[in-house]
Design a binder for this molecule. Sequence first.
Ligand code: PMP
Length: 287
Amino acid sequence: MGLKVYINGELLEKENAKISVYDHGLLYGDGVFEGIRAYRGKVFRCEAHVNRLYDSAKAIGLEIPLSRQEMIDAIYETLNANDLEDAYIRVVITRGTGTLGLDPNKCHEPQIIIITDTIVLYPKDFYQNGLELVTVPTVRNHPAALSPRIKSLNYLNNILAKIEALQSGVVEAIMLNKDGYVAECTGDNLFIFSEGKLQTPPPHAGILEGITRGVVMDLAREIDIPVEERQLTRFDLYVADECFLTGTAAEIVPVVRIDSRDIGDGQPGKLTRQLRSMFQEETQNAG
Ligand code: PMP
């Protein structure tokens, strides 16, 4: 039996899960989404993800025709229909089928899509030996043009940065914001540990406020590590003792080299490893 995909209240076989080529999600990237994880049958930080989804939708003037609780129920329904305990969940809300023109008012029915699949983690090597990153020329979206706080279906900004990283022979990019400060990676937030403080760019640096980012900040405070949201320059990254990425799919990944410079001693940091093991415990125990 193949995987079932939820579309507008129906569970369809993967092969039959289709939407119109006139959907503005496809034609214009007009829609929002979430990437969520389930561990041991429990959706991790479900409410936080659903809240961010509804905030993203509100910011683009898209009304999701389900209550938040109905959305949570639909996520669990899809997970259970596929008999999945550990899974990656993708919730996509498109503006719906419209005309070839831009007018969103001509799209009448948002499409609600929920895909649950077995998780594809980054290779083990990244976690054990750390990742190398480069800063790329593509600047993170100007918040006044398209706020990075909206998790929209328009990811071209991130994809261009990803292409630049891949062309440089690494798998992730550091994107700077319009003022030249560090923003985030193409699909993950960035942290450094420097001068005894865990530091990460603030939301106004033009980032997606990652849910994993929030969990990691809480975990650090639990072990009395001061946490600071501050504007970071590339210099701050180069001279940091430790660096790591956070994201739903990635969890916590050590970063050991940036723009050909070793970070700290070029090995995954001690705090990074400690936070990673605390995070893993959190995913096994918390919902
Ligand atoms: N930044 C961007 C651009 C992202 O797409 C994501 C999610 N993949 C993140 C950060 C991390 O957010 P979260 O921890 O909520 O997955």
